[in-house]
Design a protein around this ligand. Sequence first.
Ligand SMILES: [Zn+2]
Length: 120
Amino acid sequence: MYYVQKTIEISAAHNLSLSYESKCEALHGHNWIIVVYCRAKELNRDGIVTDFTHIKRVVKETFDHQYINEVLNPGLTPGDEGYINPSAENIARWICDHVDNCYKVSVQESEGNIAIYERD
Ligand SMILES: [Zn+2]
């Protein structure tokens, strides 16, 4: 098995819809540190698992200096069917679903607070 791992830092804002009172419901930002893990049993014809530039494009160009609620939910508002609450866990899942050969993503919201999504 071949593996690649890429770490990307972005600045972005979000606010969460929660079933309990939390300061996270107010609009706020983080300097997120995102680690993307990809793997493949066989290398592609270029001899790589996943192009680092592809990973950067998906993460940095999608999220950097953006309002994550709108990125994950174009045209939707909280309460709409299919609305994705932009938690670190859901961001990790979204990235994993959009990067070729990705099986795991960790999203650090602030130092010591990290959410990880890993495909079964
Ligand atoms: Zn937050």
